[in-house]
Ligand binder design. Structure first.
Ligand code: GLU
Length: 506
């Protein structure tokens, strides 16, 4: 690579929630920038006013923050190439469109929406291009004086690229290698709209040039637009400055058939968006990974593995590590199947590895939503340390830990009542007497004491351990029972034994 600074960009159109494929595009841009000491730019491509959705840009910004993928330059942060919102750059695009017209690579088109509609209804699969441009009202088909008159009169018009006939255009994609297109299949895309706004095609090329973008990672769905962009780079005289492109493979449905869509998520019961998104028009809520209880570390990790690996069997990577190891050569050309079970595995692994202290805030949110307000942070951290390896989603925190904060309201009686007897009642009465002589509970000491008592009463561990657990937590679950008892504390354990014995002997 030359000594030119690497500059990459994520260039979303703010039209709704961010699909996990979009976040993976952000991630690969970010990793490539980090790996090469480059800059990662967020540019908002909001020139299509009809598709503008309020809140979508804020959503994108928040999503990048949640994932820890902070841009070096962005609308929020600013930077040497500001503004980074294309709608705010509107005046600068016309000059380039006019330059293309002047050099014969673009032309004015005056067709009204009705005329275009009529043509579409007459010609099946109508494409505004070499076949039909001569039949339309534009500066290529009309005499010059008529064009001048229309322009002088301020007649609404667009500027279209003039795609050349019978040419093969090619480029070298960083992932796919050599890609070529036949220009006869490409239509004369609009570059500048009647309202003076550029379309995506013009704006993306102009801004990638002006912002000195060196590499562009984007979804495979943009590949068909590449010939238009290649021609624009050439016609604007910037071909030697064109970024290197990488069109990322699709993220596929779990069965591998087609692109994973928002609807697949709803159908199969898993999120496809990074965070919750509420459509401002319909009010429809699409659930996100964040709200379902994914850690950003796990989300980023699982996205990286959708289409990339480091060549070994390693699956768990921190963002730091990914930033050091990421390489384009190891991105696969084939689409990557999305597997929600595997996604959950990543989350469980990350929760296990996470410092309990770092899970505390999330845990407080989960618990307080269920009416539990934790008074003592230190207790919560101890609880989390005990239960974190049992969690898959953060919201499991409640199911795995509520009993540390309130007594069970019901018991799995089937598991204890049929085998309950006087000897067991006696055992637990003695246990209470022992506990009363202590100041605090030590787990190991309690375990030794409990086992000695069992022997003394002629009982087997299997006879009393499960009832003890059920007294404390209500059911057959949870970590080591003596650890639970130690954390609950003497008074609470005594109270729960009493309540349990009463319920089991009833
Ligand atoms: N604005 C395009 C989008 O919404 C960007 C495509 C590109 O990166 O060139 O995805």
């Amino acid at each position: 690579m030359s000594d030119q600074q690497v500059r990459v960009r994520f260039a979303p159109s703010p039209t709704g929630g961010l699909h996990l494929g979009g976040v993976r595009t952000v991630l690969f841009n970010y990793l490539f920038a980090k790996r090469n000491n480059g800059k990662f730019i967020l540019r908002i491509e909001d020139t299509d006013q009809n598709r503008f959705v309020p809140g979508a840009e804020e959503y994108i910004t928040e999503c990048l923050k949640w994932c820890g993928l902070d841009p070096d330059e962005s609308p929020e942060k600013g930077g040497p190439f500001a503004p980074y919102r294309q709608s705010e750059r509107k005046p600068l695009y016309r000059e380039y469109a006019e330059k293309l017209v002047m050099h014969g690579h673009a032309y004015y088109a005056f067709d009204t929406p009705e005329e275009l509609e009529k043509k579409r209804s007459e010609v099946p699969n109508f494409q505004y291009g070499m076949m039909y441009r001569g039949e339309m009202r534009n500066s290529l088909s009309l005499p010059q004086h008529e064009v001048d008159a229309l322009l002088d009169a301020g007649t609404p018009h667009v500027i279209r690229i003039k795609i050349p006939e019978d040419q093969t255009i090619n480029f070298n994609d960083m992932i796919r290698g050599y890609v070529s297109f036949d220009t006869n299949t490409v239509d004369d895309k609009v570059l500048l709209k009647a309202d003076g706004m550029p379309t995506y095609h013009l704006a993306v090329v102009v801004d990638d040039f002006l912002m000195q973008i060196t590499h562009a990672f984007r979804g495979e769905e943009w590949l068909p637009s590449a010939p238009v962009h290649l021609l624009l780079w050439e016609y604007l005289g910037w071909k030697d400055k064109m970024p290197q492109w990488a069109h990322l493979p699709l993220i596929l449905k779990p069965d591998g058939h087609g692109k994973l869509s928002k609807r697949d998520g709803a159908r199969l019961g898993f999120p496809v968006y990074a965070m919750n998104w509420t459509d401002p028009k319909s009010g429809e809520l699409t659930e996100g990974f964040r709200e379902l209880g994914f850690l950003p570390e796990a989300f980023v990790n699982l996205l990286a593995m959708l289409g990339w690996n480091d060549g070994t069997d390693q699956e768990l990577f921190s963002l730091e590590e990914l930033s050091q190891k990421f390489s384009i050569e190891r991105i696969s050309k084939a689409g990557a199947k999305f597997d929600f079970e595997k996604a959950k595995w990543y989350n469980a692994e990350w929760i296990k590895r996470m410092d309990a202290d770092k899970l505390k805030d999330e845990a407080e949110v989960v618990l307080s939503a269920k009416g539990i307000d934790v008074a003592d942070d230190a207790v919560l951290v101890k609880v989390l340390d005990m239960v974190k390896e049992r969690l898959v989603l953060l919201k499991d925190i409640y199911d795995q830990s509520w009993y540390f904060f309130k007594q069970p309201e019901s018991y799995d009686l089937d598991a204890v009542k049929p085998k309950w007897n006087d000897a067991k009642t006696e055992l637990f009465d003695t246990l209470i007497a022992h506990l009363e002589q202590k100041d605090t509970i030590d787990a190991a000491e309690l375990e030794a004491d409990f086992k000695a008592l069992l022997t003394e009463k002629g009982l087997k561990p299997g006879d009393a351990m499960l009832p003890f657990r059920i007294m404390l937590v209500g059911g057959k679950f949870g970590p080591h029972v003596f650890d639970i008892a130690a954390l609950l504390g003497k008074q609470e354990v005594i109270a729960r034994i009493q309540k349990g014995v009463a319920a089991f002997t009833e």
